[in-house]
Design a protein around this ligand. Structure first.
Ligand code: CP
Length: 305
């Protein structure tokens, strides 16, 4: 892979995505065999300025499964020298001396790009700001879709929830725009709808989409229901019917038999726990796939050195 840093999902074209997915399948087999020691001289630094369960643990597990080692701070704004006013750029230059790759979750949109501009080692964007991107989440999302659907071409994908600040929605929409005949639905209360930069990108790539404020009339058309969290505190309108943005038994009845229900997690009230038993609920398989996709990404980055 000729990428040095992984900052946004637009960096991935279809052949590179397919090579990554093939590598992730291989990584799954390696994990089933107990891992490898092939990368025992590699060190990953995980630098998280915001909380994370899946992204941090799966990257750290990925490095361990590859035989490597990790340096980690789960609350960098408190336990790094940022508290003494150190600039992100300086922190990155220093940590780059001690490791082979930095996985960064930063509170500012554009934080990963700033880090990459000064870094001697690869930067992987593990989520930047509230309106930025989360490209490795989108890669594992698309890997899950590719494994579980006949083809990505021709799929109808509905994004539901707080889409304006949804890093995962933004990154996955960019990836889906690389495929043929996909149809995207953005379903959210008006004040939380997807931003214009994504719609402009879809227009430029002739991707068909609809903006809706309820799932009611489209459930029967959807192949992938991509749920995201809605933070009620952000809603100005008090008369929002949350049933339009939740998955429960009534939605399950209307969805296609072979549809996928996805969620980057963590979930709040938008998916009832009883949905977990439905075979269409893919979100825990999706989170597991994060390990294989992140192992694959790390090995591809290390091959560039
Ligand atoms: N999906 C995701 O990014 O989860 P975490 O915030 O737990 O890493």
């Amino acid at each position: 892979m000729d990428l040095k840093h992984i900052i946004e999902s637009q960096q991935f074209k279809v052949p590179r995505l397919m090579a990554l997915f093939e590598r992730a399948n291989m990584m799954k087999k390696i994990v089933q065999r107990g891992g490898t020691l092939d990368y025992q001289n590699k060190i990953l630094a995980s630098l998280f300025y915001a909380p994370s369960t899946r992204t941090r643990f799966s990257f750290e597990s990925a490095m361990y499964r590859l035989g490597g080692k990790i340096l980690s701070t789960e609350q960098a704004s408190e336990f790094s020298s940022e508290i003494k006013d150190e600039r992100l750029e300086d922190t990155i230059k220093i940590i780059g001396n001690y490791c082979d790759v930095i996985v960064l979750r930063h509170i500012e949109e554009g934080g990963a790009k700033r880090a990459a501009s000064v870094s001697s080692v690869p930067i992987i964007n593990a989520g930047d700001g509230s309106g930025g991107q989360h490209p490795t989440q989108a890669l594992l999302d698309l890997y899950t879709i590719n494994n579980e659907c006949h083809s990505i071409d021709g799929l109808s994908v509905a994004f539901i929830g707080a889409l304006d600040n949804g890093r995962t929605t933004r990154s996955l929409a960019y990836l889906l725009s690389k495929f043929d005949r996909v149809k995207l639905y953005f379903i959210a209360p008006e004040e939380l709808q997807i931003k214009n930069d994504i719609l402009e990108h879809l227009n430029e790539h002739n991707i068909s989409y609809e903006i809706l404020n309820s799932t009611q009339n489209v459930l029967k058309n959807i192949d992938v229901l991509y749920m995201t969290r809605i933070d009620r505190a952000r809603l100005k309108s008090k008369n929002i019917n949350f049933d339009d943005f939740n998955v429960g038994p009534s939605v399950l009845k209307k969805l296609k038999k072979e549809a996928l229900i996805m969620h980057p997690l963590p979930r709040s009230i938008e998916i009832s726990p009883e949905v977990d038993l439905d075979p269409r609920a893919a979100y825990f398989r999706q989170a597991e796939n994060g390990l294989y996709v992140r192992m694959a990404l790390l090995t591809m980055l290390f091959e560039n050195e």
